[in-house]
Design a protein around this ligand. Structure first.
Ligand code: ZN
Length: 174
């Protein structure tokens, strides 16, 4: 496994649509291993491949709180089949938007079909934090970030701050 660099907004790649995979081969498994290591060390509870610069429809999630009992979920080609009418609100953050959080309202439950780490087709019914996390990550595969749900004013303010943060980091690197 190898830890990868996480891409920070604003970056045009985060706005691109990721591509569906034909199959889960060794290369995809390695990608998922790398993504998991990158997510754990960040630390975060979800990561989409685009966030490390790979435009493939692959997501890793682990919402287990205990360090000792890791429970990773690997989602290849996830498709949300149904979203509940009832909504829930979580304060969301994103590894590509470090330091920024906002309350986002999303469907409280969703049904999902996907391919797992072993290449098997599976279905999942998710609710609570998992449902929110899945919807946040599937958004990444479609080039959508949580700030897109905010008012233009709030969104522009966050992007402006991130741009400034990025500039400062670049200056240190130079
Ligand atoms: Zn995110």
């Amino acid at each position: 496994m190898a830890k990868k660099k996480i891409i920070i907004e604003p970056d045009p790649i985060l706005r691109k649509k990721s591509i569906k995979l034909e199959k889960v081969d060794m290369e995809v498994k390695k990608l998922m291993d790398d993504m998991l290591e990158t997510m754990y060390s960040a630390p975060g509870i979800g990561l989409a491949a685009v966030q490390i610069g790979i435009l493939k429809r692959v997501i890793v999630i682990d919402i287990s709180k205990e360090e000792t009992k890791k429970n990773p979920l690997f989602l290849v080609n996830p498709v949300i089949k149904h979203k509940s009418k009832s909504l829930s609100v979580y304060e969301e953050g994103c590894l590509s938007l470090p330091g920024h959080y906002a309350e986002i309202e999303r469907p409280a439950e969703c049904n999902l079909s996907y391919i797992d780490y072993d290449g098997k087709e599976r279905d999942l019914h998710a609710k609570g934090l998992l449902a929110t996390c899945i919807q946040h990550e599937v958004d990444h595969l479609n080039g959508v970030l949580f700030i897109d749900y905010l008012s233009k004013l709030k969104k522009d303010m966050i992007i402006k701050k991130l741009k400034k943060q990025k500039k400062e980091i670049d200056q240190i690197v130079i």
